[in-house]
Design a protein around this ligand. Structure first.
Ligand SMILES: NC(=O)c1ccc[n+]([C@@H]2O[C@H](COP(=O)([O-])OP(=O)(O)OC[C@H]3O[C@@H](n4cnc5c(N)ncnc54)[C@H](O)[C@@H]3O)[C@@H](O)[C@H]2O)c1
Length: 358
C-alpha cells in the first residue's frame, strides 16, 4: 500500500541536483509518495533552483553542489542532469562528489558513458559503503514486474525467447566513436537494455543489422542462460504509435506487454484436439489472462508516475537506505551490463557476432 509523504515517521534527508524538464515532470512529484525530506535543490541556473525549491517545498537552494553538500549534509542526493559538450554524462562525476561527501546517490539513467566509469563508481560505492542507484524505470513498470512474476512461476516454464521493440536509431559505424553523436542511443539503450537484463539475465553474444535510411536495427541476442532474443529498434515509426511491445516465451506459455500497460498471459493448454475443436473459448483454467488499466478513477495507478514506475524506483531507494539493505534493482551491476552492450554497438560491424560475457 502506498503511503503519503506526511504519513511517514522516518524520512531520508535529501538534496537534489538538477532543476530541468524531466525532473519537474516526473521525479520531484514522486516525493509526494516517498519518505523524503527535501532539504535543498541545486541548479546552475539560480532562478530555476529558487523556483523549484518553492514549488516542491525545499527549504534552501544553491547554484554550487559542493556548497550544498557542505552546508546541508544530506543522507542522499538525487541527480537529474544532462550531458557535457563532449557527450559525457554529467551525473557520473557528480555521483563521485556526493559519495566523497558521504551521501547515497540516486541518479537518472544513463549512469555513465563507459564501463570504466561504472567500475570506478562500483569501487567507490563499495569502499564507502554507499548506495548508488540508477533510475531504471522500465523494470519498475507494474506491467514489467507482472511479467517477471509470471516468468518466475513453474507454470510458465523456463523462459526460452524474448522480443522487445523500442524506437531508436543508431548512427553509422564511423560516427560511433564520437559520444556527441551517440547521446540519443546512450540515453535510450538503458530502457530496452534494462528490461532484457531484468527478465532474461546477462547477454552472452549478439549481432545486428542496420537499415541505412532511418538507422533502425534488428539485433539477435543469446543470453548466458541459453535463451535467445530479438531487439527491434524501430527508428522511422510514426510518432503517434505506441512505442513498445514485449513478448516472452516460456514452455507452452507466453506473456505479452503492449504499450507498457496491457498485459496478456497465454497459459498452457494441456490438450487440443486439432481439427476437432468447435470452440476457441478454452476452459477457464487455460484461458488467457488479460489486464489493462481503467482510466476513470482518481487512483494512484492512473498517474504516469506510478504506471511508469517513477514512484516505485524512488521507494526502492528510500527503503534500501532506511532498512540498511542492498539494492535489488537499478544497481551498478545492471548499468555495467547495459554499458557493455553500448560499447559493443560502438565498435561492432553489423552482421558479426560480438561476445560480451563468456
Ligand atoms: N527515465 C525517463 O523517463 C527520462 C525521461 C527524460 C529524461 N531522462 C533523463 O533525465 C536527464 C535529463 O533530465 P532533464 O530533462 O531534467 O534535463 P534538463 O537538461 O532539462 O535539466 C538538467 C538540469 O541540470 C542542471 N545541471 C547540470 N549540471 C549541473 C551541476 N553540476 N550543478 C547544478 N545543476 C546542474 C542544468 O542547469 C539543467 O537545469 C537525462 O539523464 C535523461 O536521460 C529520463
Amino acid at each position: 500500500m502506498i503511503k503519503y509523504n506526511f504519513e511517514y515517521e522516518k524520512k531520508v534527508k535529501v538534496c537534489f541536483i538538477g532543476a530541468g524538464g524531466h525532473s519537474f515532470r516526473n521525479v520531484y512529484p514522486t516525493f509526494q509518495y516517498a519518505p523524503i525530506d527535501l532539504l535543498a535543490i541545486c541548479d546552475m541556473n539560480e532562478d530555476r533552483a529558487r523556483d523549484y525549491a518553492r514549488q516542491f517545498g525545499a527549504r534552501n537552494y544553491y547554484t554550487n553542489h559542493h556548497e550544498m553538500l557542505e552546508k546541508e549534509r544530506p543522507d542522499a542526493v538525487f541527480i537529474v542532469t544532462a550531458y557535457t559538450s563532449e557527450g559525457r554524462v554529467q551525473a557520473t562525476e557528480l555521483a563521485k562528489d556526493i559519495m566523497k561527501a558521504g551521501a547515497h546517490v540516486w541518479m537518472e539513467k544513463p549512469t555513465a558513458a563507459s564501463t570504466d566509469e561504472i567500475k570506478q563508481l562500483m569501487s567507490m560505492s563499495e569502499e564507502k559503503n554507499l548506495l548508488v542507484m540508477t533510475g531504471l524505470k522500465k523494470i519498475f513498470f507494474p506491467s514489467i514486474e507482472k511479467v517477471k512474476e509470471i516468468m518466475d512461476t513453474p507454470a510458465f516454464g523456463k523462459p526460452s525467447s524474448i522480443y522487445i521493440r523500442y524506437p531508436q536509431s543508431i548512427p553509422v559505424l564511423e560516427e560511433r566513436g564520437d559520444l556527441t553523436k551517440m547521446t540519443g542511443f546512450l540515453d535510450h539503450i538503458f530502457h530496452p537494455g534494462s528490461v532484457l537484463h531484468y527478465l532474461m539475465g546477462p547477454i552472452r553474444d549478439f549481432s545486428y543489422l542496420r537499415e541505412p535510411n532511418n538507422g533502425g536495427t534488428v539485433t539477435n541476442i543469446r543470453f548466458t542462460s541459453g535463451a535467445v532474443g530479438t531487439m527491434h529498434m524501430t527508428a522511422g515509426m510514426s510518432k503517434t504509435s505506441p512505442l513498445e511491445r514485449l513478448e516472452v516465451i516460456g514452455e507452452g506459455s507466453n506473456v505479452i506487454v503492449e504499450n507498457g500497460v496491457k498485459v496478456t498471459y497465454y497459459r498452457e493448454l494441456e490438450s487440443r484436439n486439432y481439427g476437432r475443436s468447435a470452440s476457441y473459448l478454452w476452459d477457464n483454467k487455460s484461458a488467457p489472462l488479460y489486464w489493462e488499466p481503467e482510466f476513470s478513477l482518481g487512483q494512484l495507478y492512473n498517474k504516469n508516475i506510478f504506471y511508469l514506475g517513477y514512484v516505485q524506483e524512488v521507494l526502492h531507494f528510500c527503503e534500501a537506505i532506511l532498512e540498511e539493505k542492498p539494492l535489488e534493482k537499478g544497481t551498478l551491476q545492471e548499468s555495467l551490463e547495459i554499458l557493455k552492450l553500448f560499447e559493443a554497438y560502438c565498435t561492432a560491424e553489423q552482421g558479426t557476432l560480438t561476445t560480451i560475457n563468456e
